[in-house]
Design a protein. Sequence first.
Length: 191
Amino acid sequence: MFKCGICYHGSKEWDYVQFNIIVVGIILPIVGIFGIIGNAISAFVYSRPEMCCSTNFYLFSLACSDTGVALTGIFLFSLEAFRPFSLTVARMSGQLSAIVYPMGMIAQTCSVYFTMCAGVDCFVQVCLSEKVRRAFSRKETVNFLAAFVLIFSVFYNIPHFFEGFVINCYHKDLGGMSKEVCPATLRYNEM
């Protein structure tokens, strides 16, 4: 039986713990919720039929992926702040973090490339010829690029699914069985 904490080396100094609870446990979720609301409004606006154009489709996709970044960030960081105080939170965080972290990385990669697609699309619409604009704005082209970004992001981040593994451990401070994510050797592989 492992003792919890062999893979988690968070500071136990009370000043740090208090700061972490206030900033990461309380302020971050509030800011994240505002971000989710803002992205939901953006996605709604960009998805309206009268807003139908290639740039707006990329911005819609960006709003969706940014929502994924915000949701996974709230989960990963905020739960971690309360982990030392609740066995239920520690178990939930330990069990789900190994999945939520790679999902967050996929969403983040999508955000980067959807931003790039929107920027390139704006450049094409403003600076290039009408023939190129029409070709780049075709629904098939836009759908292909969006699907490519999504598929690329998933494949690019597959290694993150193997960077950690979940162990069962005994949480001495909380007096019960818990779960913890430990880094796999892949995480330290310099390849």
